[in-house]
Every structure is written in structure tokens, then in C-alpha cells.
Design a protein. Sequence first.
Length: 433
Amino acid sequence: MNLASPFSISIVVITILAFLGLPIGLSMICGSILYLGLSGADMGIVAEQFLNGMYSNYVILAVPLFILAAELMNIGSMTERLLSFCNVLVGRFRGGLAQVNVVQSIIFAGMSGSAIADAAGTGSMMQKLMTQGGRYTPSFAAALTAVTAVIGPIIPPSIPMVIYSLVSDASIGYLFLAGMVPGLMMAAVQMVQVAITARRQNFPVEAPVPMKEIPGITWRAAPALFMPILLLGCIYSGITTPTEAAALAAAYALFISAVIYRSISVDALYRALLVSSKTTASIGMLIAGALVFNYVVTIENIPESIKVLLTSWEMSPTVFLIFVNVLLLLLGCFLEGTTILLIVVPVLIPTAQALGIDLVHFGVVVVVNIMLGLITPPYGLLLFIVAKISGAPLRDIVRDAAPFIFWMVLCLGIITFIPATVLWLPRLMGYQG
């Protein structure tokens, strides 16, 4: 690559601007505009890419709607009722509250599709419950909250899978189905690790819930528990598209919180809308920047060049998947997941297709890698979130999270090299890939 070429200069500018603290979306827009100027291209292409990318991709609408649904669940009393129900299921075992933390992530995974929403919402509440009376150390409670939140975007619905569908044209519905088994697999190994740690550290056993109270707790949680059933049922029965289901999720969360539970105020609703808008604007700017930069990458023929390079190495599909896992795990230590999805993954997709790798399987492998990036230092966004909430030192949180990360990387290996673990359920529902 010519170091004085417009593309090289644009890459340097993007890197410098991002390093100086400019949001990566704006950095990519600035670098792309500079490239177009240096190469003599029409500047109107920037606006054209914005309009074509942001307004012709119906699937993008699912992102703000799932974000809003998560916020509405957090401000209502859905969280407390679901935590009570989870306590009924696993609270009586040694380390019961820690097991509740895992189970609540499984349930909320079927509602929000966002790891950050899980960690900041139900996760923050679980940290407070676990550390009350010194039952668990703040670092363990924070570490467990971070690793369980990773399940959210793997079990459907999933915001990262929506974005992957945008860049790969893979079916969102089948991507959602493909994430079910890997997500449950990760939850299972987390529960096993909690049980092992509970015995080693003699975690407390919670008082069992009296049998006479179980029906009432279940009944009060039933409207919230019905949400993932409604959401996924509408998608896979063909009643709604995934984007329409996201709107249904937000409307249902509002209806349950405001009408059934009567636990939401006008001020709380306003704050939820405000937080959702800010988050959506941040992600929207990142997507917009990526759309323009991806146009630049396409002009430079980067994906095809990388495909030719990797093909010349005579990589087998297995070796390529190992390469992708190592690359994405390393990038996840330093880059935000959405940036990887929008910038790096589109460059890898042509090679995956050329090697005959199923794009739904590849998408789940990519998303799991990106989720692991949220809990690996030094970037590890979830680690910083739970550290801020708990006040525990980051090094202690990383230490307590390490055994869970080991098991989750092992799960990543299984779903990478045994595609049936990912594709079994989609094929059962008619997927031909």
C-alpha cells in the first residue's frame, strides 16, 4: 500500500482523530471525506451513502426499538418481579443469588438484546443484592454480572446480530435461532463455574421460598415472562418481521409497566426515551460513518484483495475460522464491538463465502467473539461499567472473571468447529444452509 495514497492518508487521519477522542463514527466520516477530496471524487457521495444506507435498510429500525424496550423494562417493576421468579428457580442452592444472576440474564436475553442494558439494569440490582451483608465480595458480584450480561446479545433477540445481518445480508430470523443453543451453552458453563466457586468459597445458602408463595410470585411475573414468548413467537410464526417484533417488544414493555404493573411515571418514561435517544444517536452516527467508510473500502477493492491474499495462503475453512477467532479476540481487547462489526467483519465475509462457510454460522461465531471482547481487558466495556457500579478495583474483577472467560472461550471453540451446535435449530425450522 502506497503510504502517500489517499486511502493511507485517510486511515492515518481516522486513527489520529479517534486517538484524540473524537467519536469513531465522526472520525470515519472525516477520513472518508478527506479520501474523496484527495481522490477527486464527488463529495455528494457522502450524503448519498447516508441516505441509501440509513433510510433504505429497514432492519436498522430494530436497534433503537430494542434499546427502548430494554429501558422500559428497567424503569418498570418488571425487573424486580423477574428476579423474584428467578430466585424461586435457583435461589435455594449454595451460591443461590449468584445462580439467580445467571438465570435472570437468560430471561432478559429474550427481551432486550443488549449486554450493556442487562449489566446496567438488572445487573446493577443483582450486584447490590449479592453484596448486601457481605454475602459476596463486590469484585465477584461485578465479575459475574459482566460475564452473564454477555449472554444477552447471543440468545435472541440480538442487536449485534441485527447489525451483522445489515453487513452480510444473512437472515435475521435464522441468526436469532442460531444463537439460542450457544447462548444456553454459555449460561450452563457459567452456572457450573458458579457451583464450583460456591463450594470452594463456601458461598451462603439463601432461605428457600415457601411453597405457598411460589404460585403468587409466578403469577406476578407471568406478564413479563410472556414477553420473549410473544416476541419470538411472532417472528417465527411469520406474523411480524424482526423489526416489527422490536416495535412490539417496546410497546408490550410499556403496556406491562404502565397498565398491568402501574409502576411507571411520566418522568421515568421521559428519562427512558431520553436515554434511548442518546444511545440510538451514538449507534446511528457509528453506522453512518461505517457506511461511508465501507464505500471507500469498496472503491479500494480491499475485501477482494484480502480474499485473494487469504486464498493464496490456501487456508482451509478450519484454519480461516481459527484466524478469525484470534483476530477478533485480539481486536475485542481494544475496539468497541459495533466498530468491529461494521468495519472489520465486512472485509472478512467475502473470504468466508469463498471458503464455503455458512454465513449464519459465521455470524454467530463473530457475535460471540465480539461479546467476549466486552469482558476482556484492557478495553472491556462491561468491565468498566460494573467496576463503576460496584466500586471494586478493576484488577479484582478481572481476576474473578477469568475462570468464566476460560469456559466461554471453550464454548466458542465448540460452536466454531462443530457448526451443528449453531445450525441445528435453524435447520429444524427450515433453513437450507
